[in-house]
Design a protein around this ligand. Structure first.
Ligand code: GAL
Length: 363
């Protein structure tokens, strides 16, 4: 008898606790959730197009750390620059069972198909830094990529307002490369129209390939008889190819070169004076926002997800709710106050090739 009473009491207590929970969440305006709530049950898929550039390796590690800290499972796959492989990998992740897909598309155009496959399985899709075009994409977490292009071009035209330019674009398969080009055009077009700047050559580098950038720079230099004032390079990898071609002609340090990603080699070249600038994109901030978003979606916390949105991006099919993160130009002058202060790279690493007595004093 006694045990029956305590059993009923337990049930009653549990119901009260449950009802109180419902009332509390209604009061707080939290929508009833449909997703899984236990961290142990949550599985997120992270599909990256490539891990070739330094940044992607760091970002995969950051995502793993976030998952470990929050106690959910993260399945990571890299397509090694093969767009069709990426589709297969995502299908595989879906079969294994996941709650949300975070994807950095190898090919912005063809990745739309992935969204349909995921949606059929009830899996929302969040694009990570690279836009997925022409699909019913749920969210997009990214940097202000057009601004990346603008900053690159500005940093060069400030120092080299007149003369011949070599214009190196990124991977045409990556929509970001096109947004960067738009940013370049905003700054360059008026100067080209005035006749101050002449573009000797404009070339894309598939897969952001430094080797292609090297060849394009060599060809540009030959075509202009080495009379070039700047190479507008779209990232640090292509900047590296350009610097190599310039070195071979004894022009390194004399010709302006832009970049992007604040990759270690890039920032080392900047402090050595052989690359004019790079663009710092706070990867940790991007990664944390993306992981918080997918985590909220997996838990069914739509309200939190929507609160995080601060813009929209047209992907050709819809206006995709987006989280946009700001970027910063980095030169020799503000190296310490940006990438080093943020802990993105250490002073020792950045200035590794510079005699210690020439390192910035205030550190
Ligand atoms: C791309 C990204 C670019 C750039 C590049 C690596 O995926 O879209 O903005 O970061 O990787 O240099």
């Amino acid at each position: 008898m006694k045990s029956r009473h305590s059993f009923l009491f337990t049930i009653l207590l549990a119901s009260i606790v449950f009802m109180a929970g419902c009332i509390q969440s209604e009061e707080a305006g939290v929508k009833p959730t449909t997703g899984k709530k236990n961290d142990d049950d949550i599985v997120i898929g992270f599909s990256v197009g490539t891990t070739k550039q330094e940044r992607w390796q760091r970002e995969v590690e950051m995502a793993k750390e976030f998952a470990a800290k929050n106690g959910f499972e993260l399945m990571v796959q890299s397509a090694e620059e093969d767009a069709s492989k990426q589709v297969k990998q995502v299908e595989n992740l879906i079969t294994k069972g996941m709650d949300v897909l975070l994807i950095s598309a190898q090919d912005s155009e063809s990745a739309g198909a992935v969204v349909d496959v995921a949606h059929e399985a009830g899996v929302p899709v969040v694009a990570y830094d690279r836009l997925v075009k022409n699909g019913d994409l749920d969210y997009y977490v990214t940097f202000d990529t057009e601004k990346v292009g603008e900053l690159q071009a500005k940093s060069l035209v400030e120092q080299y307002p007149k003369g011949n330019y070599i214009w190196l674009l990124g991977g045409p398969e990556d929509f970001n490369a096109h947004l960067i080009k738009q940013g370049h055009e905003k700054v360059l077009k008026p100067l080209i129209d005035k006749g101050n700047i002449k573009v000797v050559t404009q070339q894309w580098a598939k897969g952001w390939s430094p080797e292609e950038a090297l060849k394009h720079t060599e060809n540009g230099l030959t075509a202009a008889n080495n009379d070039v004032v700047a190479v507008l390079a779209s990232n640090d990898g292509t900047a590296g190819g350009a610097v190599q071609a310039l070195e071979a002609q004894g022009l390194s340090g004399k010709v302006g070169v832009s970049g992007q990603d604040a990759a270690l080699e890039g920032v080392q070249r900047v402090v050595a004076g052989i690359q004019t600038s790079t663009v710092y994109k706070p990867l940790k901030e991007l990664n944390t926002h993306a992981m918080e978003l997918v985590y909220a979606l997996a838990k069914g916390d739509q309200e939190k997800a929507d609160e995080m949105v601060n813009g929209k991006t047209d992907n050709g099919a819809k206006e995709v709710p987006s989280i946009l993160i700001d970027v910063q130009i980095v030169t020799k002058e503000n190296m310490v106050d940006t990438v080093i202060k943020d802990g993105f790279h250490t002073m020792e690493d950045v200035y590794k090739n510079i005699p210690k007595e020439e390192w910035p004093k205030d550190n």
